[in-house]
Design a protein around this ligand. Structure first.
Ligand code: PBG
Length: 308
């Protein structure tokens, strides 16, 4: 009876697997703060992508960790930079079966770790950053990636990227906007995963956890700028924002179950304090109940496997 009347259920196609590929790696490198997650070599990336596709996941979101960083994140827009090479590999390997998504942000590529370029006083320069995002967008679109994930929280980033994609004829490349992205403590393990160089915080561009209405405003702006998908991030601490965005959005809504959410459940489960599988399934289902059409989760492949 419960099965018959369930209002929501998780399907493998609702899940997107975030993946990390690192330049110059000989073997996959496990992440201490995210047990079960690795930085991939190009080969292990292909294998993990195939495994995810076979499990039926709906998409893959790729992050790149370059060997060299500089002030403007040059490697991010180089056609053969690690992220773009990784995207090309994913498109080739599984591009017919799953949606290949790219992280479009500079933080992994800058030597200061910020999501944008800095001005003379060391502040993130919003509009100069948009130019770099446009360069990244064209490089990523050229790899064949299906959906660009704009995670940098610069004002006007959706419009800026949309404009150059249209101009250069990339009319089939879609834009996923990280619309309501909060300056969150729950990104801690991710910053290990990308060897973040950041000192300080991102409070001048990511949102204040105190603000819900502002999250709706950010989503509304991104919709007006032409976002194909809007996202709320993190997920569990922001289910109220997610529900409200889902209420108003005419386009699909995504949510990102972030690294800290993953690490909390893994740590509690490792200690025997929580039932791992039930906690994973319940957490993802509650994100869907709040209104997410699809969920980015590091458990995507494993969870998809249980669901089959
Ligand atoms: C920034 C970015 C971050 C995450 C995804 N994209 C981190 C940040 O803003 O510091 C976090 C993902 C996670 O914690 O799982 N490009």
């Amino acid at each position: 009876m419960r099965r018959l009347v369930a209002e929501h259920r998780t399907h493998p196609a609702d899940l997107v697997l975030p993946m990390f590929v690192r330049e110059g790696l000989a073997e996959p490198a496990p992440l201490g703060s995210m047990p079960g997650v690795v930085q991939h070599t190009m080969d292990s990336l292909r294998r993990a992508a195939t495994e995810a596709a076979e499990a039926g996941v709906g998409g893959l979101m790729l992050f790149g960790v370059p060997a060299e960083r500089d002030a403007v994140g040059s490697a991010a827009s180089e056609p053969d930079g690690i992220l773009n090479a990784g995207l090309r590999a994913l498109v080739e390997e599984v591009g017919d079966a799953v949606v290949v998504m790219s992280d479009l942000c500079l933080d992994e590529f800058t030597d200061h770790g910020h999501c944008g370029v800095l001005d003379g006083e060391g502040r993130v320069d919003n509009d100069a950053t948009l130019v770099r995002y446009q360069e990244m967008a064209l490089a990523q679109a050229a790899t064949g990636a299906h959906m660009l994930g704009l995670s940098g929280m610069m004002d006007g980033q959706v419009a800026a990227v949309r404009e150059v994609l249209e101009r250069d004829g990339y009319t089939d490349t879609s834009v996923l906007a990280y619309s309501a992205k909060y300056a969150s403590a729950f990104y801690g393990p991710f910053r290990d995963a990308v060897d973040s160089q950041l000192r300080g915080d991102r409070k001048t561009y990511q949102m204040d956890p105190a603000n819900g209405r502002e999250g709706l405003r950010e989503a509304t702006l991104d919709l007006a700028e032409g976002a194909d998908v809007v996202m709320v991030k993190p997920a569990l601490s922001y289910l109220d924002v997610l529900a409200e965005v889902a209420e108003l959005s005419p386009v699909p809504v995504a949510a990102y179950q972030v690294s800290g959410e993953y690490a909390m459940i893994e740590a509690a489960a490792a200690n025997g304090w929580i039932e791992r599988r039930r906690a994973i399934e319940e957490s993802v289902l509650s994100i869907q109940r709040a209104g997410a059409d699809f969920v980015l989760t590091y458990w995507a492949t494993e969870l998809a496997g249980w669901l089959r």
